[in-house]
Design a protein around this ligand. Structure first.
Ligand code: ATP
Ligand code: MG
Length: 258
């Protein structure tokens, strides 16, 4: 049952792309302060699941519940869509996403990138937003880069700017899709450190990652997806320490060998 502490809950979610059923009945939830990691092979549906959480993707069956409030749908099956654009906007702005490829606007400075959505989407006061944008940039360790353009930053710095941008929305939860996989190992560590700090602070996060060490270190709960279904889930020490399913054992030994 959803309670008021549950930020995001997905029940029995089904998602197709044409004839391809990518999610085949998935349940997942994150209570306030939880860090939930999603792991699994390429194509298992991790990004799709994350995108269904903040309604960037439609789904055909099942429920998406944000803080106890179910998404209202109209239509059924392939013609099912969210019924209320205001509800979609509210949910989406409360579940800020950080992408693998940063997705910063190249023609805007870092500060402008961080300020853009709070000012234009949320209609917040510009001076107030600037103050918090600068504070978030400092928090992720790039306070001195506010006036630089994305192309003048390293990948690790750009990803930290993208995290500051997500934080500046003051969301209920952060959704990360492979936040470190476009980065060289040393730059990856800068970003991992920021994510660990956010976990320590009690931020609610859903993290899709191929970095098993990150998943083991920061998660309260780890979900292993296989072909659109949850094959196994649990606390990180159980899942990584004593995996039960053959598929998870195979996946973990393949990732460790890589
Ligand atoms: N827009 C789309 N149209 C059609 N099929 C898609 C689309 N997006 C994803 N898929 C398919 O859905 C399946 C799941 O994709 P998804 O991106 O969720 O996988 P993933 O687990 O995130 O993989 P990866 O680890 O490679 O990022 C794949 O078979 C993919 O080809
Ligand atoms: Mg993906």
């Amino acid at each position: 049952m959803a309670d008021s502490d549950t930020v995001i809950e997905i029940r029995n979610l089904h998602k197709c792309y044409g004839p391809l059923e990518v999610l085949r009945g998935v349940d997942i939830s994150a209570r306030a302060g939880d860090v939930v990691s999603l792991i699994g092979s390429s194509g298992s549906g991790k990004s799709t699941l994350l995108r269904c959480c903040n309604l960037l993707e439609d789904s055909q069956q099942g429920e998406v519940i944000f803080k106890g409030e179910p998404v209202r749908w109209r239509g059924e099956g392939m013609s099912r869509h969210p019924a209320d654009p205001k509800q979609v906007l509210r949910i989406r702005t409360n579940l800020s996403m950080v992408f693998q490829q940063f997705n910063l606007w190249s023609h805007m400075t870092i500060l402008q990138n961080v300020m853009e959505a709070p000012v234009t989407v949320l209609g917040r006061d510009r001076a107030e937003v600037e103050q918090s944008a600068r504070a978030y940039l400092a928090k992720v360790g790039i306070g001195d880069k506010a006036d630089a353009y994305p192309a003048q930053l390293s990948g690790g710095q750009q990803q930290r700017a993208a995290i500051a941008r997500a934080l500046c929305m003051e969301p209920e939860a952060l959704l990360f899709d492979e936040p470190t996989s476009a980065l060289d190992p040393e730059l990856e560590q800068e970003v991992v450190r920021v994510i660990k700090d956010l976990a320590t602070e009690g931020r609610t996060m859903l993290i899709v990652t191929h970095d098993m060490k990150l998943a083991a270190d920061v998660s309260d709960h780890v979900v292993f997806l296989h072909q659109g279904l949850i094959e196994e889930e649990g606390a990180p020490d159980e899942l990584f320490g004593a995996p039960k399913s053959e598929r998870l054992r195979g996946f973990l030994s393949a990732t460790q060998a890589a």
